[in-house]
Design a binder for this molecule. Structure first.
Ligand code: ZN
Length: 248
């Protein structure tokens, strides 16, 4: 069966009571978060999150980031020679740039479809480009090309699929059941963290591509982007966790 890994987001339910933050404020805070803080966010979306204590999470965050950076390091010379589009082609992958994803009630930015197809949905990058211009965010984002960032992220997933027998993010598993039954599972958050670290290193970004989660969603739904921003701050340890206590 074909598997698809996407840059995908579904909105939180409690939208009505959501504060909307100015995009400039959110981006200026998010570009300063460290890879460790983003690791906390990645684990928010990890289905097996309860399996890991703080020390284990710290270990996995470091390993996943190292994996992504290492994969990018090997390709940097080639990138300079070919540019990202030709580099991706050279490694055997195809790219498509349709405007919108086909159907669904969520926003998809980009995806990798096994075995060799990378898709970037231009509707979201066009909306974000307009936002960057209107809100004068070029300086904060250092003028980096959003489409290239999305391509680089999916390029990692493509390389990861090619190297699935050996690469850390695919081979590292945890035991879900006690003996005598064994059921080992992959840790999805590792792939995401490594893909972000890969894009960051490959394109020399001074911030994590996780920032794009808020930027790209803002063009569709400001409340959803603001809710996600709050979640990022909680995960980064900057803001108290909402569901931990009564809301005030
Ligand atoms: Zn991904």
């Amino acid at each position: 069966m074909k598997k698809i890994i996407s840059f995908i987001h579904t909105y939180r339910n409690k939208e009505q009571e959501q504060t909307v933050y100015p995009i400039r404020e959110m981006i200026s805070v998010l570009v300063q978060l460290t890879d460790e803080q983003w690791g906390g966010y990645a684990f928010y979306h990890e289905p097996l999150e309860r399996k890991f204590d703080a020390e284990a999470r710290k270990h996995y965050i470091a390993e996943a980031n190292t994996c992504g950076r290492k994969e990018a390091g090997v390709l940097k010379a080639e990138l300079e020679q070919y540019g990202i589009l030709a580099l991706i082609k050279k490694h055997g992958f195809n790219m498509e740039f349709p405007d919108m994803p086909n159907g669904g009630g969520h926003v998809i930015f980009a995806q990798f479809t096994e075995p060799d197809k990378i898709t970037v949905f231009r509707d979201c990058t066009k909306k974000a480009a307009a936002l960057i211009q209107n809100e004068h965010l070029e300086g904060l984002l250092k003028g980096k090309d959003l489409e290239k960032i999305l391509l680089a992220h999916e390029f990692f997933h493509a390389m990861e699929y090619q190297k699935r027998e050996s690469i850390y993010t695919m081979t590292e598993t945890i035991e879900l059941l006690k003996r005598p039954f064994s059921n080992r599972s992959r840790i999805v958050a590792l792939s995401e963290m490594a893909a972000m670290a890969f894009a960051k290193e490959l394109l020399d970004l001074p911030y994590s591509p996780y920032v794009l989660d808020v930027l790209l969603i803002y063009g569709y739904n400001k409340k959803a982007a603001s809710a996600l921003y709050e979640e990022m701050l909680e995960a980064a340890g900057i803001k108290e966790r909402k569901n931990a206590d009564n809301d005030d």
